[in-house]
Design a protein around this ligand. Structure first.
Ligand code: FAD
Length: 511
């Protein structure tokens, strides 16, 4: 082979220009790597999903007439790093050219850009996946605090003419939040659609992981429910547009423990298919917009809510990631506590936390509000070391890749970036959890109490957080009202609340 082209596990883009024509002088390589198994401890379903999707992609390429080499952990066990493997392949096949697509992560980008190959031409390609090319990110993002998702999103809507009539947003508004974000009432529970699940056979991958003593966690499943091919990804997208999109926005933030489909609700569960690039964001958005145009059952508030997540948030966090290379060192609140043991088991009496964690262990999935307002909020209020929080999120979710995980976790959920992404911390007491879920109705703790023995820990923790970080948050205009409420409390009440919070923190492992 004259040329070797590397395809990373999250570069499974069958529409890429690389594959327009077949070239018998070119060998594609997709490899399971040992170095990807231990940079963080992963959920077993995450590893299985990537490995299976890689295998399906290699098979599809070979079927389409390309030459694609699929290497398993067995084949790559002598190579502790990606550069070592590439060097050996280039030598073995006597290739004069090596090509790769720009990785979406600093770690891999650095590894590949510092690769030294003698007398071999190296060419780097775009992944042709995102709306914004890498070189454009600097036009949209600056290294200061003035990157705001809403203005970025509006620019994107205009530039790519999505849900626009002339220069105006379709429906007349940019944002339909007030129509969205409802709680699920009892009558709504029966309508929750059954999720479309796949049954991909994992037996040989699981054996391989065991053979190579790969340490994983979470519920292993011999048949994996996540989509691992382009066809399955498209089926999931169609299923979403038909059954979930009509009420996506409405119940986007809702949580319940009272339904068999409590983990999936109206969410698309497309994040793995998107992040592995089996689906493009353009394709997902255009399907959803078509569904809106063609079906009476999808209104503008639902489709706008969905488009905002992909055209807005997804592209936005990527821009923040690449324009803030030191993001991973931010620790605004100097948080240092260890992650409590129940993050690995779900064994806590706090119903909200236990639901979100157990579900994550079972499915390698939780939806946005569980990640942000349940586990995330808890970690921020209890000052867990953001490195540990990042590692937990990066390991546990099937869709977790650093470029999207880190700004969401460190920034959105922990405010460890001091406000690069969010204008104020997403801090909440039990009041919010009670408003958006039915968790509190069946909890050991009382969501109404602040200081009693069974008071929900979130209540005292919330006020402690407000009190302790006055120096950092007191001047934030969006926090003014909260500080007014706190300041109006009597000294006695404040003291009781702070004492209670101190007790909660002392006993954090026993909650
Ligand atoms: P839906 O609710 O159906 O949303 C549709 C799509 O919009 C998603 O598939 C996703 O591609 C995109 N999207 C929605 N919200 C965001 C967001 N905040 N940032 C980027 N894309 C978004 N998403 C990941 O893909 N990988 C992660 O590792 C990840 N970590 C997160 C960690 C925390 C603490 C938080 C608060 C959010 C995180 N998110 C992450 C964003 C979001 O929670 C997931 O994308 C979403 O829950 C995936 O489920 P879904 O496909 O059913 O999403």
């Amino acid at each position: 082979y004259h040329q070797i082209k590397l395809i990373l596990g999250d570069q499974l883009n069958a529409q890429h220009s690389w594959f327009k024509e077949t070239d018998k002088n070119c060998l594609y390589v997709i490899a399971e790597l040992h170095q990807e198994m231990d940079y963080v401890k992963h959920h077993v379903q995450k590893v299985c999903a990537f490995f299976h999707a890689m295998q399906s992609f290699a098979t599809a390429l070979n079927k389409a007439g390309h030459d694609c080499l699929h290497l398993t952990l067995d084949d790559t066990q002598d190579f502790r790093s990606l550069p070592a493997l590439v060097k050996s392949l280039v030598e073995k096949y006597d290739a004069s050219k090596f090509s790769y697509q720009l990785p979406d992560e600093y770690r891999l980008r650095n590894q590949l850009s510092s690769l030294l190959l003698n007398n071999v031409e190296v060419e780097v390609f775009s992944t042709e996946h995102f709306y914004l090319e890498d070189a454009e990110l600097g036009d949209y993002f600056t290294q200061d605090k003035h990157n705001r998702m809403e203005s970025f999103y509006r620019k994107m809507r205009k530039r790519f003419s999505i849900l626009m009539s002339d220069d105006k947003p379709q429906g007349g508004q940019w944002n339909y939040d007030q129509k969205n974000r409802n709680k699920l009432k009892s009558a709504d529970l029966e309508d929750i659609p059954e999720p479309l699940l796949f049954a991909n056979d994992m037996s040989s991958i699981l054996k391989r992981l065991e053979r190579h003593q790969v340490t994983t966690f979470g519920q292993a499943a011999s048949s994996l429910l996540w989509p691992t091919s382009r066809q399955q990804s498209r089926e999931l997208l169609n299923h979403f547009c038909q059954y979930c999109l009509p009420r996506f926005g409405e119940f986007q933030d809702a949580m319940t423990f009272k339904s068999d489909h409590k983990w999936s609700l109206y969410h698309s569960r497309l994040s793995f298919a998107l992040n592995a690039k089996m689906l493009s964001p353009q394709e997902v958005i255009s399907k959803a917009v078509d569904a809106y145009n063609q079906s009476q059952s999808v209104d503008i508030a639902q489709v706008e809510g969905f488009v905002r997540q992909i055209l807005g948030w997804r592209e936005f966090v990527r821009g923040i990631y690449w324009t803030h290379p030191n993001y991973g060192h931010n620790n605004f609140f100097k948080a240092q506590r260890d992650l409590p043991h129940y993050f690995w088991t779900g064994d806590t009496r706090m119903r909200c936390l236990s639901e979100a964690i157990k579900q994550s262990l079972d499915y390698a999935y939780a939806h946005h509000i569980q990640r942000l307002m349940i586990t995330g909020n808890f970690c921020m209020l209890t000052e867990i070391d953001p490195d540990q929080v990042d590692d937990w999120y990066l390991g546990i979710y099937v869709d977790a890749i650093e470029w999207v995980e880190m700004p969401n976790t460190r920034g959105m959920s922990q405010f460890a970036d001091g406000g690069i992404i969010a204008t104020k911390p997403y801090a909440a007491s039990a009041n919010y959890v009670h408003k958006m879920s039915d968790y509190c109705s069946d909890c050991y703790y009382s969501h109404q109490d602040k200081t009693s023995q069974r008071a929900c820990p979130l209540n005292s923790l919330y006020w402690r957080f407000i009190d302790v970080h006055r120096d950092k948050l007191g001047n934030n205009q969006r926090m003014g009202m909260i500080y007014n409420v706190w300041d109006k409390k009597s000294n006695d009440e404040k003291e009781q609340i702070l004492n209670k919070a101190a007790g909660v923190l002392r006993n954090i492992d026993a909650l």
